[in-house]
Design a protein around this ligand. Structure first.
Ligand code: FES
Length: 324
């Protein structure tokens, strides 16, 4: 049986496109030929090559192990860089699009109990996690936080799910149902893990509250959809980058990324999100000190200074030696 290589894009057919909620479209993707879809684990995402040429990452939200289909939900972001609008506007039922094999940077870790906090469209990976935890007979709760109930996707599915009693909907606009993170995360029980996904403000609030309540960092798991806004640049100067295995030495100007510079010199950097989220472009650091600007590496991984993401990170010094 043929299998799609992990690094290659392959065709899938859009079997169904649905309106899940205001500004949220759901896409069900099935094989476009005889090659089955690779399996995935809860928390995984796929790269989607959009009709306008952009590549974007979307979490799989259906139960892992469900044969033959991937499901994603796409929130229309009018102020975004054009990925979601292309998905909403340019992809129709029956179309064949290209995607990458699932990758998982947000996996479940076995624990006595798991708390899942989803903000808005952040529900997508956590929905898949809820299915996996239910399948495994694990103890968990899913807290789904939305501004208004009308903007919430997947409510019908959650209501019909066998784990419906473990789901709580929190609605910002309704004082009686507003999320009280501090109360829910008070006194972290032993062997309990926290998973957070959603808009940046929501994630910052939940993660900061968890830390205040004494949750250790290694029990807080999260995934960003977009890179957090940066402070005004203090390190936007130019520097030299070397890739010994390719015999390339190049100057990275202030207005170009390391990845753009290397690509211009024929070095094949695997660009995808270009925001430091997905990890596709990861390279080893052989010499010099990177200025990490991604949300992919953990604080400990950044401190080790032996890897960096050339799509967004830069150099603290005059020279950076990197390789594959
Ligand atoms: S391309 Fe996604 S982290 Fe660099």
């Amino acid at each position: 049986m043929a299998v799609h290589p992990a690094s290659a894009f392959f065709p899938v057919r859009v079997r169904r496109k649905t309106r899940l909620a205001e500004h949220i479209a759901g896409f069900e993707l099935i094989p476009a030929n005889d090659t089955p879809l690779p399996p995935f684990t809860a928390g995984a995402h796929i790269d989607v090559a959009l009709p306008n040429g952009l590549i974007r990452q979307y979490s799989l939200c259906n139960p892992p192990g469900q044969a033959g289909a991937y499901e994603i939900g796409v929130l229309l972001a009018p102020a975004g860089r054009g990925g979601s609008s292309s998905a909403h506007r340019d992809i129709a039922e029956g179309d064949v699009i290209r995607i990458g094999a699932p990758r998982n940077h947000f996996p479940l870790v076995p624990a006595a109990r798991s708390l899942l906090f989803a903000g808005g469209i952040g529900i997508t990976p956590l929905l898949s996690m809820a299915w996996a935890l239910h399948r495994d007979g694990a103890d968990f709760a899913l807290h789904y936080c939305v501004r208004q109930q009308a903007g919430a996707a997947y409510l019908d599915r959650l209501a019909a799910a066998p784990f419906a009693s473990q789901v709580r909907l929190h609605v910002d606009g309704e004082p009686a149902r507003r999320l009280d993170v501090a109360a829910l995360l008070a006194s972290p029980p032993p062997d309990t893990r926290l998973y957070v996904c959603g808009p940046q403000g929501f994630m910052n609030h939940v993660i900061a509250t968890a830390r205040e309540q004494g949750w250790p960092d290694d029990r807080i798991h999260f995934e960003y959809f977009a890179a957090p806004a940066r402070e005004p640049d203090t390190l936007a100067g130019s520097f030299e980058v070397c890739v010994p295995s390719r015999g390339v030495t190049a100057r990275v100007p202030a207005d170009r990324s390391v990845a753009q510079t290397l690509l211009a010199h024929g070095v094949p950097v695997a660009l995808s999100c270009e925001q430091g989220i997905c990890g596709s472009c990861l390279m080893r650091v052989l010499d010099g000190e990177p200025e990490h600007r991604d949300v992919f590496l953990s604080d400990a991984e950044k401190a080790a200074n032996d890897r960096f993401l050339p799509c967004c990170s830069r150099a603290r010094g005059a020279r950076l030696v990197v390789d594959f």
